[in-house]
Design a binder for this molecule. Structure first.
Ligand SMILES: [Mn+2]
Length: 372
């Protein structure tokens, strides 16, 4: 049996700059811990190898702190005689990580023969690698053969319609008859082929808000059959949720509790808010959201798409009746005193009676426009 872990698109070094400071710190720390946990498991379970299918780094120019971390972790595998195979992807094509203990595949088709298996693979040779993967060599022995590529599977590869990412196709990968194809580049988990032997593990750790759900790596065993099992690298995951807020009694406490109930440990949720609220509630909302975020350790982000309730729903509200009657009094007082572009007070009253709802709506909207 051959057993190995297959990971890709770790993008280590990513700064998570679009998140607030505390979340950024938490994400960077969790990203490291996820890697340590994977290495611990590889050692505890005595796998033969760890395969890294490109984009180990987010950027080839890695800072000293990150390099020290990464090299020390990877060396733990080498110290336990666990082989490391790595191809360079579009994000780390020029990295200079000092890892003589690992096999970094060259940018030409590379074949590494081991006693119990062989690896066939290829690194990127520049950021946008316009080549396609050349025809894979076919081996007619029983030794398990594993392909390792950072590659974009294109439905059909034609000379004038190439991907920039060392493209290939399912048909071409299948033609070589390999036992397993360890791919990277596509950040969502996917598998292809008649025998489900072609795999993208997806990103090792979420690299952005849009990478939802569990992220991790694949535990692959090749015996007389192939077994592939997904292992989450971290409990942390991103989620996208929606909350419909309801106007009415006890708005503050109700809304606070409704939103806080959506918080889960290890979940960074982006919650889209919908609903029609009266202006007083809209005014209170930012503070309620701030309190929820504080209670949830900043693990919730809000997208506020709430709208002001239709005027008919809110003009019965005492606050508005007072605001509007004050407005009418002042407006007509002013018109009676000065006239309005030659329109008499009487004419204006007639026009206003017809267009009252529209005018009031504009007034209320402008009054509350500053709430965001
Ligand atoms: Mn990537």
């Amino acid at each position: 049996m051959v057993r190995f872990f297959h990971l890709a698109d770790y993008h280590f070094g990513l700064e998570f700059e679009s998140h607030n400071a505390s979340l950024r710190q938490f994400l960077r720390q969790s990203m490291r811990q996820a890697f340590v946990d994977m290495i611990d498991r590889a050692i505890a379970e005595k796998v033969d190898a760890v395969l890294i299918a490109g984009d180990l780094l987010d950027d080839s120019s890695i800072d000293p702190r990150n390099e020290i971390f990464l090299i020390r972790q990877l060396r733990r595998l080498a110290d336990q005689m666990i082989d490391i195979y790595l191809v360079r992807g579009n994000h780390d094509v020029t990295h200079r990580l000092p890892m003589p203990f690992a096999h970094i595949l060259s940018s030409e088709l590379d074949i590494i023969e081991r006693p119990r298996y062989r690896i066939v693979g290829q690194s990127f040779d520049q950021q946008f690698d316009l080549r396609t993967i050349e025809e894979l060599p076919v081996f007619d022995d029983d030794k398990p053969t594993i392909g390792l590529f950072h590659s974009q599977i294109a439905p059909q590869i034609e000379a004038d319609n190439r991907s920039s990412y060392l493209a290939t196709s399912v048909a071409e990968l299948e033609a070589a008859g390999y036992d397993y194809l360890a791919l990277g580049h596509v950040h969502e988990r996917a598998s292809y082929g008649q025998n489900k032997q072609i795999h993208y593990p997806g990103s090792f750790f979420p690299t952005s808000r849009s990478e939802l759900g569990p992220r991790g790596y694949l535990d692959v065993r090749i015996t007389d059959k192939l077994t592939v099992r997904f292992i989450p690298s971290s409990q942390l995951q991103f989620a996208r949720l929606e909350a419909v807020l309801e106007s009415g009694d006890n708005f503050r406490v109700r809304t606070y509790e409704q939103l806080l109930a959506m918080h889960r440990p290890h979940q960074i949720a982006q919650i889209r808010l919908e609903g029609f609220l009266i202006p007083e509630e809209l005014k209170d909302l930012p503070e309620i959201l701030r309190l929820v975020r504080e209670e949830a350790d900043q693990m919730i982000e809000f997208l506020d798409h709430t709208q002001m309730a239709p005027l008919s729903d809110i003009t019965q509200n005492p606050f508005f009746l007072e605001l509007l009657s004050d407005f009418d009094d002042k407006l007509f007082g002013q018109i009676d005193q000065t006239g309005l572009h030659g329109v008499s007070g009487q004419e204006y009253r007639l026009w206003y009676a017809k267009n009252k709802d529209h005018v009031r709506r504009l007034l209320l909207e402008s009054f509350y426009r500053g709430r965001q």
